[in-house]
Design a protein around this ligand. Structure first.
Ligand code: PHE
Ligand code: ZN
Length: 865
């Protein structure tokens, strides 16, 4: 029956953008001149666009705009009455080219979305990717419109002594009434998402880099004066990255200046604006006293990532936002390779795979699954995902594995040369790889179009005196993709002698292409164990049929460090899942394996720390149907306790041994020792709360690095009691003036795996230092809480309610960041029915909220399914 209310009551559902609808732009903008009269309360932006008609058509010029107050419009110097259609400025033009000038006013200090021009701690800065430039001026805001920019900034000289923009400075001077100006020009045509300006009272860590062709580049890291001492590590990482990209990819920097600015309010990690990267402070400011080793490594990785974008993203950019993985997958792979080269490759790889399994596998297995090149979106900001970034990097890595390093390098050379200055597609990248290598990648392209993590089942058949590896693959159905085709899965495989523990068949690349495939191993007659997906050569789930004692043996002697780690994890997971499923918890095999790891003289401490850590609760939940998170926690804790009790002496000895880590050193050895210190302390505390408190309190008090102090604080917080309260109070007092450390104070408390954590989280949500307006603080509280299953999944569902309330409240200020907290509620399919119903109810409550952003609407809608 027709109900008239349906037709009128609800606002029209926003229509998705489809990849297949791509059309080249009607008008190009080869040149743009911008003038900013900067003021936090009201900034006036004048834009002069030189536009040219693209192809034969009679369509008008359409310019996107959002929250702009239009003051005037002229075409070729003549005033025009503006025509606005759904927020777009529609300009009818007669000839093949025109000069279109607009004047708009915007209000940076009221910009809580942190997109466009906004204020952060007295600094004025911009964020334009993906679609923020339209919040600065009317423009064809799409990445395939490339322009040369000339930018004039005018501002109060006392408040904003430093004025920065992309490219090179060309002019500066006084502007009267206490104001001054600066003019910047960027010679490289760029899409508007790479535009940036910054104005503020900033101090500079200045340095230089000499490029491979002998040009001098002036480097600057701009921060508040007091933060200057914390920029040395980022500067070193920048210089290392510049040299690495020359060495590894033959890519040289192209401007005379490279600037990095740090701001406290930022939606993501950092942004690769041409010649003027803007960073979240947490990825710039670091020293061993206030940042953990992991934080410090992340600073180097993000500095490298943004720098590498200068070629993979800026010189060669994306045609449209569906191609996002073209720049992000490639750039993540590049920053991962950089980190591997600067540190320990195996330990780096373990970290990368942990991240992939924690963030991407669940995404690929749930309602938000999408291919690395998505086919549709409501809000593009929702597609800056672990799939596009991290699975995208795995896809590039697989191409390198299939082609080999030399042909891969030929491929990237061809790609950069062929497409320099262009906005291109993922297909263009694959084509360059094919053309340069002669390798056919037709079937491989499925990695761009099919979502879902493939499962590969493996069985080593040694019957009848011959050895053969039987493989089969399946790709699960995902939203909109019920049936899948077999993928190309490059698997590095070796066989380890069951008796000798040595490689009896050296590592080789087995490329699985069929649904089922058999790979013979000639001349292998003795019983062998299967070492498969070494170095994690393919982002798949391997389910191998194991002989008795096989995983145990591989965990002790696999010749590939990554595979050895994997075997240990497989072992732990096997026994944990059996017990979670209702069986008795068997701990002997795991305890024996951990003992062997701790006692080994051959393993380095960082590897040991990774190898003795149990799979996380979220990961275990992903492996189950109808998981009871409380039971997962109980069983995992019991296993930790068993290790702690069974190996108290080994753990104590290892723990004591780590105190020799030099607090002033960031060597792999020192960092590894500190990592092992944290891991052993955790297990000792799991076994004996009294001992744990004593050791942790002592470690907290005598800590000379944040790595040690934070690890101790976490253990104390988990154990609770007076010691915990005293340490938390001390920590707050000690670091009150350092927002990045106070984020840790929130995060530690929200990460305690217990039902009572919510009570504390609720109180922290009303703490004077808490604010929904700062994404780092919000992540520290709400992100940490939702990432702690034993706290988030309280049986009464109040954890979900709190999360839903936070999302709704944050959405009113900052939709992009609010939307990032929706996914944990969407995991209800993995959770037992009682809690699952409560998770759905929380999603429904979010969806009933009037005035919801597209960002949250899209993710909450899909999550409900
Ligand atoms: N392009 C940025 C990066 O990968 C991420 C980003 C996206 C930052 C959107 C801000 C806004 O490093
Ligand atoms: Zn990036």
């Amino acid at each position: 029956m027709f109900d008239a209310r349906d037709a009128f009551a609800a606002p029209a559902a926003p229509a998705p953008t489809l990849r297949e609808d791509y059309r080249a732009p009607d008008w190009l903008v080869p040149d743009i001149a911008l003038g900013f009269d900067l003021d936090p309360a009201r900034t006036v932006v004048r834009a002069r666009l030189s536009v040219t008609r693209n192809g034969e058509h009679d369509r008008p010029l359409r310019l996107e705009g959002e929250e702009l107050e239009l003051l005037s419009l002229t075409v070729d110097g003549e005033r025009r009455e503006p025509v606005l259609e759904d927020g777009r400025l529609v300009v009818a033009l007669g000839g093949a080219e025109a000069v279109v000038e607009t004047e708009v006013a915007i209000c940076p200090e009221k910009n809580s979305q942190l997109m466009g021009l906004y204020a952060s701690g007295g600094i004025l800065c911009t964020q334009c990717e993906a679609e923020g430039f339209r919040r600065i001026t009317y423009f064809p805001d799409r990445p395939d419109v490339l322009s040369r920019y000339r930018v004039r900034l005018t501002a109060d000289k006392a408040r904003y002594p430093v004025l920065l923009a992309n490219g090179n400075p060309v002019e500066q001077g006084e502007a009267g009434e206490g104001r001054h100006f600066a003019v910047w020009e960027d010679p490289f045509p760029k899409p508007c998402y790479l535009f940036a300006v910054v104005a503020g009272d900033l101090a500079c860590n200045a340095d230089r880099f000499r490029t491979m062709s002998g040009r001098e580049v002036a480097l600057g890291i701009w921060v508040r004066e007091a933060d200057l001492p914390k920029t040395a590590l980022a500067m070193q990482a920048l210089k290392d990255s510049m040299a690495w990209d020359e060495r590894t990819y033959g890519r040289e920097y192209d401007l005379d200046r490279f600037n990095i600015v740090a701001v406290s309010d930022f939606n993501f990690g950092a942004m690769e604006n041409k010649g003027l990267n803007i960073f979240n402070t947490r990825y710039v400011l670091a020293d061993p006293e206030t940042a953990t080793d992991a934080d410090i490594d992340a600073v180097a990785a993000v500095v490298a990532h943004e720098y590498f974008h200068n070629w993979s993203g800026n010189r060669v950019t994306c045609r449209d936002w569906f191609q996002l993985s073209l720049k992000e997958g490639l750039t993540v792979f590049r920053d991962q390779s950089f980190s591997e080269d600067m540190g320990s490759p195996a330990v780096q790889r373990i970290d990368q795979v942990r991240t992939l399994r924690a963030a991407q596998f669940p995404e690929d297995a749930g309602p938000l699954a999408h291919p690395i090149r998505p086919d549709s979106y409501l809000e593009i900001a929702n597609f800056y995902t672990a799939t596009v970034y991290n699975k995208g990097a795995e896809v590039i890595r697989m191409m390198r594995t299939l082609l080999g390093p030399e042909r891969y390098r030929k491929g990237t050379d061809l790609y950069f040369q062929r497409h320099d200055g262009q906005a291109v597609t993922c297909e263009d990248f694959v084509k360059a790889m094919e053309d340069a290598s002669g390798v056919d990648l037709s079937q491989f392209r499925l990695w761009y179009s099919q979502a879902g993590t493939p499962t590969v089942r493996a069985r080593l058949d040694q019957s009848g005196g011959r050895t053969a590896l039987h493989l089969d693959q399946s790709v699960p159905p995902t939203p909109g993709q019920p049936a899948k085709q077999p993928m190309v899965v490059p698997l590095k495989v070796a066989l380890i002698g069951a008796a000798s523990g040595r490689e009896i068949s050296p590592e080789r690349l087995v490329v699985l292409r069929e649904e089922r495939q058999v790979e013979p191993f000639a001349n292998v007659t003795e019983p062998a164990f299967l070492s498969i997906n070494r170095q994690f050569s393919a982002p798949v789930i391997v389910v191998a049929e194991r002989k008795a004692g096989e995983i145990e043996a591989l965990a002790e002697s696999d010749t590939d460090a990554f595979a050895r780690y994997e075997a240990g994890q497989e072992l732990m997971q096997r026994d944990l899942l059996a017990a979670i499923g209702g069986g008795e918890l068997r701990t002997e095999a795991v305890v024996t394996a951990v003992a062997a790891t701790l006692r080994s003289n051959a393993l380095d401490p960082a590897f040991k720390a990774d190898a003795i850590a149990l799979p996380g609760e979220s990961l275990l939940i992903e492996k189950l149907d109808a998981a009871d998170p409380a039971r997962v926690h109980t069983v995992r804790e019991a296993m930790r306790r068993a290790i702690g009790v069974g190996l108290k002496d080994d753990l104590s000895r290892a723990y004591m041994g780590t105190s020799r880590a030099d607090p002033s050193s960031l060597s792999g050895e020192a960092k590894g020792l500190r990592r092992l210190r944290g891991a052993t302390l955790g297990l000792l505390a799991a076994a004996d709360a009294g001992l744990g408190r004593t050791l942790a309190a002592r470690q907290y008090a005598s800590a000379r690095t944040m790595t040690e102090r934070q690890a101790a604080l976490m253990v104390l917080a988990m154990l609770g009691g007076e010691e915990a309260e005293a340490a938390l109070a001390d920590f707050y007092g000690r670091y009150e003036s350092d927002p990045l450390v106070i984020d840790k104070w929130f995060a530690v408390q929200a990460s305690v795996p217990a039902e009572e954590t919510l009570d504390r989280v609720e109180v922290l949500g009303r703490h004077p230092a808490f604010t929904l307006a700062n994404p780092n603080r919000l992540r520290a509280l709400a992100g940490s809480f939702a990432g702690t299953p034993a706290a988030f999944h309280r049986a009464d569902g109040r954890g979900y309610d709190w999360q839903a309330e936070i999302i709704v409240a944050a959405d009113k200020l900052n939709p992009q960041t609010a939307a990032r907290f929706v996914a944990p509620l969407g995991r209800w399919r993995k959770i037992e029915p009682g809690r699952a119903a409560k998770m759905r109810a929380a999603l429904e409550r979010i969806l009933r909220e009037p005035g919801l952003s597209k960002d949250v609407l899209e993710l909450a809608g899909k999550s409900l399914g």
